[in-house]
Design a protein around this ligand. Structure first.
Ligand code: GLN
Length: 453
């Protein structure tokens, strides 16, 4: 994999940092343990992985795709990083992302865009475009992403790979640099549903160091993927969400989705239509809640504690903070800090943030009602196939629309997977099928996903 990175990553730019020495040392340790007759640390011992550059690592820099953290190395490992190390999974390096995970194309990275291996003039999705592109270009067989509004699933869809947003609270956020804490969730990415399930069981689990961690046993997702692979979905009820199927989506995406639904029926599933009326307000709600949390979380980048510091020696502390943040944050991050600060300010709080929270509750209720009728819900993962680099970069609203189908899951805290759904008939580019399940029923994603893939 290191050879492959050397060959293709000049063009793809999936990695911000490659840690060849460390990865080889970790792989050798696995070999040595095997030679000594020890049992492998996990089913994935020795299988290398690409890590989104938003999880802290003591032996590599963590930039979050931002200039403000350029050159910063964390004094501690994220819980997820520790779990990877304990499982004997060599980390090949850290992957590119939209700055602080804000974006849908990886163009908001301060270190330049990642390219989609299917067509290098196109975006690999975002914010976790680096992890998805590393998988699609065979630079890594496994990757880790984070999904706040779709950043695991949408990159998976547009690169024809698999990505899972686990139930909120089931993968530790300790050492995951916060974007929007009530939405952020780390999760596994792979090229097959079974690979992704194996990684899921490594990274999930209760962590007392994360105050929103769920104290429940890890779901049996590997067994579910194996069961699903037998291709029998009799007894499974699949709900097609009416509000996530619109004429505004790309025709080839809708065609592929309709074919996927037909295939699920062929596999024995019973398909019904369900309605989630408040999903149409998910975008408006998300783009208030997320910036509000961002404006608070990113206050920690104050030039005193981490990374960049702009100071000519004559400046007050306040001037240093302001100059550093002006120079260190990119456009999209600043835009969201400003929107969030406004939405949280006194006099506007109830009208914006408070209202968005109410809509969030209504969306969770829609899910609860739909899951009384169906075991899983399905939709396209993204309304569009990957667009050209540069096409939407100056139109944030057009960019936000690519998150339409993925946002409800984050707002409600349940789980969803994106699995490859062939190539679009109109442009020959990858399409993803999204499967959603209730909180703490992640195994359903793997069962249905493995049957479908
Ligand atoms: N594209 C969404 C956003 O820009 C999702 C980001 C994410 O999941 N980290 O906010």
């Amino acid at each position: 994999h290191l050879d492959r990175i050397a060959q293709v990553d000049g063009e793809v730019h999936a990695f911000l940092h490659v840690a060849g020495e460390q990865a080889l040392a970790a792989a050798r340790a696995v070999d040595d343990a095997r030679t000594a007759g020890e049992a492998p640390a996990s089913a994935l011992a020795g299988v290398p992985l690409a890590l989104k550059d938003v999880f802290t690592t003591t032996d590599m820099p963590t930039t979050c795709g931002s200039k403000i953290l350029e050159g910063w190395t964390s004094p501690y490992d994220a819980t997820l990083t520790t779990k990877l190390r304990q499982a004997g999974i060599p980390v090949l390096g850290k992957t590119n992302l939209d700055e602080f995970a804000m974006g849908s194309s990886t163009e908001n990275s301060a270190y330049g865009p990642t390219r989609n291996p299917w067509d290098t003039t196109r975006i690999p999705g975002g914010s976790g475009g680096g992890s998805a592109a590393a998988l699609a270009s065979f630079q890594a067989p496994l990757a880790i992403g984070t999904d706040t509004g779709g950043s695991i699933r949408q990159p998976a869809a547009v690169t024809s790979t698999v990505g899972v947003k686990p139930t909120y609270g089931t993968v530790s956020r300790f050492g995951l640099v916060a974007c929007a804490s009530s939405l952020d969730q780390g999760g596994p990415c792979g090229r097959t549903v079974l690979d992704t399930a194996l990684l899921h069981e490594v990274v999930a689990g209760y962590d007392p160091r994360d105050s929103t961690s769920v104290n429940e046993p890890v779901r049996p997702v590997v067994a579910a993927a194996r069961e699903g692979a037998r291709g029998d979905l009799r007894g499974v009820k699949v709900g097609v969400v009416r509000e996530l199927h619109s004429d505004s989506y790309q025709p080839g995406v809708l065609q592929s989705f309709d074919a996927a639904v037909a295939q699920l029926t062929d596999l024995g599933a019973e398909v019904i239509e369900v309605s989630c009326p408040h999903f149409t307000h998910a975008l408006a709600s998300y783009y208030l809640i997320l910036p509000s949390e961002v404006s608070s979380n990113l206050a920690r980048f104050d030039a005193m504690r981490y990374g960049m510091r702009v100071d000519d020696g004559s400046m007050s502390a306040e001037q240093v903070m302001s100059a550093t943040r002006a120079a260190g944050f990119g456009k999209e991050v600043k835009r969201r800090i400003m929107i969030g600060t406004y939405a949280l300010s006194s006099g506007y709080y109830d009208a914006y943030y408070g209202q968005a929270l109410k809509v969030r509750t209504l969306i969770a209720r829609d899910f609860a009602a739909a899951f009384e009728q169906a075991d899983v819900l399905v939709s396209p993962t993204s309304p569009f196939t990957p667009w050209k680099i540069g096409e939407k970069v100056n139109d944030p609203l057009a960019m936000y629309l690519s998150d339409l189908c993925t946002l409800p899951t984050n707002l409600a805290g349940n789980c969803a997977i994106s699995v490859p759904s062939g190539l679009s008939a109109d442009d020959g580019l990858p399409v993803g099928l999204q499967i959603m399940a209730p909180a703490l029923a992640d195994e359903r994603l793997y069962r249905v996903g493995a049957a479908y893939e």
